[in-house]
Design a binder for this molecule. Structure first.
Ligand SMILES: [Zn+2]
Ligand SMILES: [Zn+2]
Length: 213
């Protein structure tokens, strides 16, 4: 054990006693403990550290936004190359919609895929997901037709026509202006402009990056 660094005097502005932010137990600065370490040490024990950490559900729930128009929960965190959300768990990164299934619906059997009813890869609404095999996924894609999803004009939840969707996608105006004009949420405007919904008109979108076609 090394002793306190002799050439770094104690900072009188930093108290050397505080309480654990979880259980209130008294914490004391250890002999030789640097100010950096001491300032980071807010809890007394591993148990209190675990208790203070946000749960996976809490971390997950902070990362999506619900879109009232279509009911999708759009992942606002990182997206991988195919437009699926990425969630960093304890150790590994996983697709966010798979994490959603596990959190809200249950375990995913080995070899089984989590598929989207809504065809929005960034959607993590557990009610828009279903379990299937690789073959089911292919059949689902064929049934829906490539790039043709039931979230277009035919959808009952549809708030803008395809023509309006195209206007929004191509518009250079502010999102606030578009929100007022079309009477839809700002989230829907962003989603359209980022290419995360209405795949049937996204071939016109110059900013389109999320739709792997
Ligand atoms: Zn404690
Ligand atoms: Zn959805």
């Amino acid at each position: 054990m090394s002793a306190a660094t002799p050439n770094r005097p104690a900072d009188p502005s930093i108290p050397n006693v505080r309480t654990c932010c979880v259980c209130g137990v008294r914490l004391k600065k250890r002999e030789g403990e640097g100010n950096f370490r001491w300032n980071k040490r807010k809890v007394c024990s591993w148990a209190c550290k675990l208790a203070a950490a946000p749960s996976i559900t809490e971390r997950f729930s902070a990362k999506y936004e619900m879109i009232p128009e279509c009911g999708c929960w759009i992942w606002m965190g990182c997206l991988e190359e195919h437009g699926y959300g990425e969630f960093k768990g304890e150790k590994t990164k996983e697709r966010a919609h798979r994490v959603s299934w596990k959190l809200f619906r249950g375990p995913i059997p080995t070899g089984i895929w989590v598929l989207h009813h809504c065809d929005v890869p960034a959607c993590v609404n557990p009610h828009h997901l279903f379990l299937g095999t690789h073959a089911d996924n292919s059949a689902d894609m064929v049934r829906k037709g490539r790039g043709r999803a039931p979230v277009g004009e035919e959808s009952v939840a549809c708030k803008v026509t395809d023509a309006q969707a195209i206007e929004i996608i191509l518009s250079g105006e502010s999102q606030g202006t578009l929100v007022k004009r079309y009477g839809v949420s700002q989230s829907l405007i962003s989603q359209l402009q980022l290419g995360q919904c209405r795949p049937n008109v996204q071939h016109l979108n110059p900013r389109r990056t999320k739709w792997a076609s």
